[in-house]
Design a protein around this ligand. Sequence first.
Ligand SMILES: [Zn+2]
Length: 338
Amino acid sequence: MFCAFNRFFYYFRPLIFFIKINALRELICNFMKTLFSLLVFCIPFIIIGQNSPSVNSDPKLLNLIEEYSTIVNEDDNNIFSAATKKENVVDITAEFWDTDHVKIDYNQDVQFPINIQFKDSAYASPISRNKVVTSRYGWRKGRPHKGIDIDLITGDSLFAMFDGVVRIADYSSGHGRTVVVRHFNGLETLYAHLSRYGVKENDTVFAGSYLGKGGTSGNARGSHLHLEMNYKGVAVNPEYLLNFNDENKIRSQEIWITKAWTRPELHNSKRQSKLELFSTEEEVIADLNKPARMYIVKKGDTLSRISSRNNTTIAAICSSNNMRRNSTLRIGQKLIIE
Ligand SMILES: [Zn+2]
């Protein structure tokens, strides 16, 4: 070893020649030797330290690491879920929460168009059998029918269609045993003619939660579910919002409801209305700006003939033109058709 360094100095002899102090040369040589020895001595330790299986596979140590990381992860999850929950919680019972009356005086006019958001693309079916709509939202025997009737057998279980809180589980004269659930998007679903309650007021329910059993209570001819979807007390045509087939699809995650979908006189309970959907604000504004259709009364016209030829109802014509069913029509009279 020493010889090698001596050789180094040999080659640089002309330079070293000027360094006459032998002691300094010795000192440098010794320093280099020590440094080299230290390196040679340490390298195996460094390699063993990095790759040693005895360190990482120690079961006690592994257990400790695992325990620690579980605690850390659980803590992280708890913090995360608490934050998420806090963000998502909307107290839907804070305002206009009446557990005694189906109808609430909201003390305000609903602004049209109503914007409704759904968090999912499907709803939970209110019954477990195939849904057969026996009567639709619309005008029926001279009166408004503000929901749809779905056929069932008394004793069939009924389920909440969306997450929410039960506002009403009570008897009302027309609807019989009735459950009303308020949802997080502002809509309420009403389930009528129950034979038995499965929930009580202020119960939290989830989409698919059991609500009770269907039946014929109240003013019902045969066993069926009368289903309403209301926004601040205004009944919306449920078929505008949801498809009542096996797929249980919500028609769009964002829906704009115009006044026409909240007026039963513009619909016929015996047939499905033309369900043109507004899923953006632009679409709904374009529709609202469309001029109203006008019909000029001809000789021999009756309200019945005008309504069937214009795909509307007598009630709708009367409502739009502020007239009665038995009002006399004049030839050349202009009628607004909605
Ligand atoms: Zn009904």
